[in-house]
Design a protein around this ligand. Structure first.
Ligand SMILES: *Cc1c(COP(=O)(O)O)cnc(C)c1O
Length: 421
């Protein structure tokens, strides 16, 4: 459920008409609903009720400071994957003890910044990284709390570009080598092992891969405890999928996911961390775009819209589906017609949907790309010298621009000319 509904034939974000925002900020733009972000965070928080837990929002999904602050004020921790994300989390007021640092390529500098500023734990992905964390911690005269990310070798049954838990993926260490790597960690004085980490992929629409992975984590917990490691925290990653195509998808609910966690891991008495990103932000955001032209091709009609692949790259990158709806609700009984919906960028890949049935549209009409809140604005670029599009946050009947659209001059003047020119 989200807070983007029609009222009297007009699409609203909470209590604000989308057309009003479009008139104020111009198109295209992203718009997020505070109530939806908070609702999704609370669904996870409540799903783990009765268990010691922390929901760490995977901020790579949508990392605007206003979004982070909205979630942080509700009690969310953050999962970060770079120094930039770490500093964004701190800037949004998230205390270090609620920030976990994931990612396969943490540099010594990133580790130093996090250890100095405070960190809940590093999720270590390799032995060389472990050695660097140890060295930096000793240099700073401190001890770094760590988990080790194990790769349980399960098939997440998701798009190949977002599956991470198979042995051929770059993430984590093979679970078969965990005993050895934990023994190494325990021998390093700059590290304190606090638990196990596991994240098998994104946009999972079935609980079974999670079950297989968490059963392996449970078994490993017992093995490592028997070896004398104080395993007291289990970080289970993110990855729960969302319905991108509402008419025929019903992925598992957070409450079902929470129950699975309790069933597979509850007996161990560990603190549970989860790192959802997509499910919190995905359906909390829309990209709004305007039709520039309706072009009749041979046997097909194109809607050429002012949003493009540089603004929302998921269809081009993952063949992702986004439901597309008109901002002005068609009258009941209006007949749909098929459109190819494309952006103005000079790439055939700049196609959002093919032969999508929509009520007839004309130049100037507004459309909304649903489920664009996660991996949307954060993946945008200025390809074709199209300035980054603004982000807007709605809270009840208020809205605010939370990232301005740069002017053309600002975009151009980011470049500098060498002296010899
Ligand atoms: C991407 C990622 C997440 C979030 O995944 P979602 O599918 O957005 O929930 C969580 N943890 C790690 C380590 C990740 O890389």
């Amino acid at each position: 459920m989200d807070h983007f509904l029609y009222r009297d034939g007009a699409l609203y974000a909470e209590d604000v008409p989308i057309s009003e925002i479009a008139a104020a900020v111009g198109t295209p733009f992203y718009v997020y609903s505070s109530a939806t972000l908070l609702r999704h965070f609370k669904l996870f928080d409540e799903a783990l009720e009765g268990t010691d837990h922390l929901v760490c929002y995977a901020m790579k999904a949508a990392s605007n400071q206003a979004i982070l602050k909205t979630l942080a004020q509700a009690g969310a921790g953050m999962d970060v994957v770079s120094q930039g994300e770490y500093l964004r989390a701190k800037a949004a007021g998230v205390p270090g003890e609620k920030i976990v640092f994931s990612g396969v390529g943490k540099t010594a500098e990133e580790i130093r910044v996090a250890l100095t500023g405070g960190i809940r734990q590093f999720n270590v992905e390799s032995e060389p990284e472990m050695a660097v964390i140890n060295t930096v911690a000793l240099e700073l005269g401190t001890v770094a709390p760590i988990t080790i990310r194990v790769n349980p070798d399960v098939d997440a049954k998701t798009h190949a570009k977002i599956a991470t838990g198979k042995s051929e993926n770059k993430f984590g260490i093979p679970i078969s080598r965990a005993k050895e790597v934990y023994a190494l960690a325990a021998s390093l004085p700059g590290l304190e092992v606090v638990g196990i980490d596991c994240h098998i992929g994104s946009q999972l629409t079935d609980l079974e891969p999670f079950r297989l992975a968490y059963e392996k984590v449970a078994e490993l917990t017992e093995v490592l405890r028997a070896e004398g490691h104080n395993i007291r925290r289990l970080d289970l990653g993110g990855g729960l999928g969302i319905p991108y195509e509402r008419s025929n998808e019903a992925p598992p609910l957070p409450v079902e996911y929470g129950q699975l966690i309790k069933d597979t891991l509850g007996h161990l008495g560990c603190e549970i961390e989860i790192e959802p990103g997509r499910l919190i932000a995905g359906n909390a955001g829309l990209m709004i775009s305007k039709v520039i032209y309706v072009k009749s091709g041979e046997g097909r009609d194109f809607l050429i819209v002012d949003g493009a692949m540089n603004d929302l790259i998921r269809p081009a990158m993952y063949e992702a589906h986004h439901d597309i709806v008109p901002v002005n609700e068609p009258a009941p009984g209006t007949e749909s017609q098929p459109y190819d919906i494309v952006g103005p960028v000079c790439e055939t890949g700049d196609t959002f949907a093919k032969q999508r049935a929509l009520a007839p549209l004309s130049a100037g009409d507004l459309i909304a790309f649903r489920s664009a809140g996660a991996y949307g604005a954060v993946m945008a670029s200025e390809y074709n010298s199209r300035p980054l599009i603004p982000e807007v946050l709605v809270h009840e009947d208020q809205f605010a621009v939370i990232r301005q659209r740069p002017t053309f001059d600002e975009m151009i003047n980011r470049d500098t000319i060498p002296e010899w020119l």
